[in-house]
Design a protein around this ligand. Structure first.
Ligand SMILES: *[C@@H]1O[C@H](CO)[C@@H](O)[C@H](O)[C@H]1NC(C)=O
Ligand SMILES: *[C@@H]1O[C@H](CO)[C@@H](O)[C@H](O)[C@H]1NC(C)=O
Length: 452
């Protein structure tokens, strides 16, 4: 759509230019003709004297000069007019296109962004700045910053954005009771309490139908809003889905198709978090039994997930810059920091995403993995695979999975037996210009929760 639109303008302006050129050419020929006639014209009076002749030539030169300057004025004003006309047309096109986009965006569902914040002023500012920079419409995408921790400078930072966003403050700042042996994980307890309060506000007080949740250490991609707008109807209509995430756990530049893969989306059995959308119905289900701590691992447990999947992108639409959070620093350096943030705007709302529905996705996916050519880890690492062919490395044991993943720079951990980005046990990634699956054998019986 965007490409087509550009083509249209480029095409129109090039025909305009061709018309201008033609006009100029005709003008120059006409002008040369005038000059030629003026120069060769001899008044047929009888034998004029030399002084008369030179007088005549002088007169003619004056005339010519006059003519020349008139012509030049005429052509500059003509050019000016043509340029103005073209500019006008270009602007008209531009405005009508923006109006079109605006209407499409206005027509979509309201998807509030819930930004979870605590006491990091600089981080919250960075997150808000990007969210505002790419937000196409304030009414459709209200930003609600929920602040815990009662940190005054952070609150003031958030308030400085005025009515571009709303601030809500978690009121219960009382100390939280943590079992003695988990004392160093107190942060996780505070976060779980904050999430529960903030999500209750979103769905019970503000009465929204869905929410996109981000934390105060995320950069978002230019098409962040577009991505969630387009996947929302799929999330709504497919009960085997329970979330849409902007994050690819294996989204390092060397493991995704950065050049041509920005529009590719997947289903995954692993809950990625880190910029994700849920519906009111899911909150009605999870809210009443929300845990006191480690909410993300709790969400990943089979009792909560109940075999449901999330949509995730090939190229991440979020990237975390927060090293100082509760998560561990080494993990940040080795993995999180290297996730490639998508840079091209994909017009997802104009694409047909129905392939993400389970009944369409699963048969295609299974066939694709089935038909891919088996290779060894060594062959993959050798870089001598045929381009454009799809390959798979087969694993049967946890150890082989872990060893292979580690050797390729993929995440090698499991949560409730599910590897990161896994779908039906398969990890899909991009390596040296080839699509490769790390896939379980044909007799796969489902995830083994004891794999960790
Ligand atoms: C780019 O990806 C599309 C599908 O997303 C595919 O049809 C096309 O062949 C790919 N082009 C290259 C050069 O890989
Ligand atoms: C979208 O794609 C599906 C195939 O995945 C096709 O059956 C359907 O007709 C397409 N819808 C539109 C509106 O093109």
């Amino acid at each position: 759509m965007i490409v087509n639109f550009c083509l249209k303008i480029c095409y129109e302006s090039s025909t305009m230019r061709r018309k201008q050129l033609l006009l100029l050419k005709v003008g120059i020929v006409a002008w040369l003709l005038v000059v030629y006639i003026l120069f060769t014209y001899q008044p047929s009076t009888t034998s004029p004297s030399l002084s008369q002749k030179s007088h005549n030539i002088n007169q003619q030169l004056d005339k010519l000069e006059d003519e020349l300057s008139k012509q030049s004025k005429f052509y500059s004003s003509l050019l000016e007019k043509l340029r103005g006309l073209q500019r006008q047309q270009h602007e008209d096109q531009h405005i009508s296109n923006e109006e079109d986009d605006f209407r499409l965006i206005k027509d979509g569902p309201v998807l509030p962004i819930l930004l979870i914040a605590c006491n990091r002023e600089a981080a919250v500012r960075r997150s808000i700045d990007l969210l505002l920079k790419y937000r196409p419409d304030q009414e459709r995408f209200p930003i609600i910053v929920s602040q815990d921790c009662g940190h005054k400078p952070t609150r003031e930072t958030i308030e400085s954005y005025g009515d571009q966003l709303s601030l809500i403050q978690q009121p219960d700042l009382s100390d939280i009771e943590v079992p003695l042996k988990e004392r160093k994980f107190k942060g996780y307890f505070l976060i779980a309490r904050h999430y529960k309060w903030a999500l209750t506000q979103i769905f019970q007080k503000f009465n929204y139908e869905a929410v996109i949740i981000v934390e105060d250490d995320l950069d978002v991609a230019p098409d962040f809003y577009e991505y969630f707008s387009a996947t929302y109807p799929i999330l709504r209509s497919d009960p085997t889905l329970w979330c849409v995430s902007a994050w690819n756990d294996n989204g390092k530049a060397g493991l995704v198709d950065v050049r041509n893969g920005s529009s590719i989306l997947y289903r995954t059995d692993f809950f990625p978090g880190l910029g994700w959308m849920m519906t009111r119905e899911l909150w009605d289900e999870l809210g009443p039994k929300w845990p006191r701590s480690y909410w993300d691992d709790w969400v990943r447990a089979p009792e909560q997930r109940a075999n449901r999947a999330c949509i995730r992108p090939e190229v991440s639409r979020t990237r975390t810059f927060g090293k100082k959070g509760v998560s561990n620093g080494l993990f940040y350096e080795k993995h999180l920091k290297q996730i490639h943030l998508n840079e091209v705007f994909v017009p997802f709302t104009k694409l047909n995403l129905s392939y993400l529905h389970q009944e369409q996705y699963d048969p295609t996916f299974e066939k694709e993995v089935q038909n891919s050519q088996v290779v060894s880890l060594t062959e993959v690492k050798s870089g001598r695979l045929t381009q454009g062919v799809k390959y798979k490395i087969v694993y049967h044991t946890k150890d082989v999975f872990k060893r292979t993943a580690k050797a390729l720079g993929l995440m090698d951990d499991f949560k409730a037996g599910v590897p990161r980005t896994g779908y039906k046990g398969v990890i899909s990634f991009f390596y040296g210009n080839n699509r490769i699956f790390l896939a379980p054998g044909n007799n796969w019986q489902g995830y083994n929760p004891s794999w960790s």
